[in-house]
Design a protein around this ligand. Structure first.
Ligand SMILES: Cc1cc2nc3c(=O)[nH]c(=O)nc-3n(C[C@H](O)[C@H](O)[C@H](O)COP(=O)(O)OP(=O)(O)OC[C@H]3O[C@@H](n4cnc5c(N)ncnc54)[C@H](O)[C@@H]3O)c2cc1C
Length: 369
């Protein structure tokens, strides 16, 4: 069978003769055993000098696109695509929840009954808004808040092989870089083609800086103007390599998609879970800044705990209200702590002098709480 060798020259060349089950199994096992250790780190460079400052170990980490993972996770499920929850009625029946779903244009509003409702509707969650509606100032309380940190992203099809090679040399997945008052990420957004030789990489670079839409409401938010704004605002501070990744970004819609926004955050707080019938998970329960990549990690823990909670109610006959209250308590404590940590992490990332205090440096990218 054909064997491929990664780019790392320290790896041995191993040829396995025969692509039956044994040969394939041996090849897969060896591929795992010799996986490039450098690829399983997240390096932080001093973006001004180009020097490596530190690297966090991220063993077993894989870069996944959210769209790709959603496709995999959608398999075999009954999903009401395009419907939006608008109301939850927990008064008409003490054991049930009536969910109102708005249809797309031309589709009628629909009402469905449920025993449990789990709100996983993201950072601007409607379910969260409904859960807080009965509290004083509930609507305001439930809203994700502006964080005071802006994020600009360019998804780039570089037209320059030299730049492509240099980005991959920094790191095959993603490298981070700090410069005065900003932190950025440079890496591979996704890859198409056939390995090992016919691969086309689409890249991304991201810049995070202190700022707010309330101070600069007219900042361009997308398209070529946003690309130009990001390129112009990151001039002069960067080492030649990192500067070239920014400068080589094409400014047309065909080769670069750009987005600028202020990141939102919300410090999780207790709410009335309607006797355990309605609760939250994922970004709906704890939207946080992306620094240190904690959001989905906490979503996974939420899901595991929620499934365990429902099984406990089913199998032990324990009180629904009590069991879901325990789930909520953990989710709120973990979520609020992680969101506060992410804010602090962003603050520390803005100044090279405070980098050593970052959790990313001291504790890596593992689960924060
Ligand atoms: C650039 C970036 C990098 C990240 N990196 C990492 C990382 O390295 N590690 C990590 O752990 N996390 C990371 N995260 C965070 C992670 O992506 C999120 O925490 C995760 O995707 C949240 O998923 P979710 O399903 O809770 O929310 P979402 O993905 O926002 O999904 C919410 C869904 O609900 C739907 N919806 C909204 N309103 C309604 C409504 N009224 N009715 C019905 N449906 C509704 C939406 O259409 C959407 O489909 C990153 C995030 C970003 C932006």
């Amino acid at each position: 069978m054909a064997a491929t060798k990664d780019t790392n020259p320290s790896q041995p060349t191993i040829i396995i003769i025969g692509a039956g089950l044994t040969g394939l199994l041996a090849a897969q096992a060896l591929k795992n055993a010799y996986f490039d250790e450098w690829a399983e780190t997240l390096p932080m460079y001093n973006g001004e000098t180009g020097d490596l400052m530190f690297k966090s170990a991220v063993p077993g980490a894989r870069r996944i696109t959210r769209r790709g993972l959603r496709e995999v996770l959608s398999e075999g499920l009954d999903i009401a695509w395009g419907r939006k929850v608008t109301r939850l009625d927990t008064e008409s029946d003490p054991e049930k929840v009536k969910v109102t779903l708005a249809g797309e244009e031309g589709v009628e509003e629909e009402e469905v009954w449920a025993d449990y409702v789990l709100g996983t509707d993201g950072a601007g969650s409607k379910v969260r808004e409904i859960l807080f509606a009965d509290q004083e100032n509930g609507e305001e309380k439930a809203k994700a808040k502006r964080s005071g940190f802006m994020i600009g992203t360019c998804v780039v099809d570089y037209q320059d092989e030299n730049v492509v090679r240099k980005v991959l040399e920094k790191h095959p997945v993603m490298a981070m870089a700090m410069s005065r008052g900003a932190v950025g990420g440079f890496g591979v957004q996704y890859t198409t083609g056939t390995p090992p030789s016919d691969l086309q990489h689409t890249f991304f670079w991201t810049k995070i800086w202190k700022g707010s839409l309330s101070i600069t409401p007219d900042i361009p938010r997308k398209g070529p103007e946003a690309v130009r704004y990001l390129k112009q605002s990151w001039q002069g501070d960067l080492s030649p390599d990192f500067q070239s990744f920014v400068d080589a970004t094409p400014e047309d819609d065909t080769h670069t998609q750009a987005f600028i926004d202020e990141m939102g955050t919300w410090i999780a707080q207790p709410f009335d879970n309607r006797d355990g019938r309605v609760t939250l998970a994922g970004d709906a329960g704890h939207p946080m800044l992306i620094l240190r990549g904690q959001g989905f990690q906490h979503a996974v823990i939420d899901v595991q705990n929620y499934v365990q909670a429902l099984l406990e109610i089913r199998d032990s006959g324990k009180d629904r209200k009590e069991v879901v209250a325990a789930y909520d308590k953990d989710m709120v404590e973990r979520g609020s702590k992680a969101a506060l940590q992410a804010l602090e992490e962003a603050e520390l990332a803005m100044d090279a002098k405070s980098v050593e205090k970052m959790l990313m440096v001291r504790k890596g990218h593992g689960r924060s709480v």
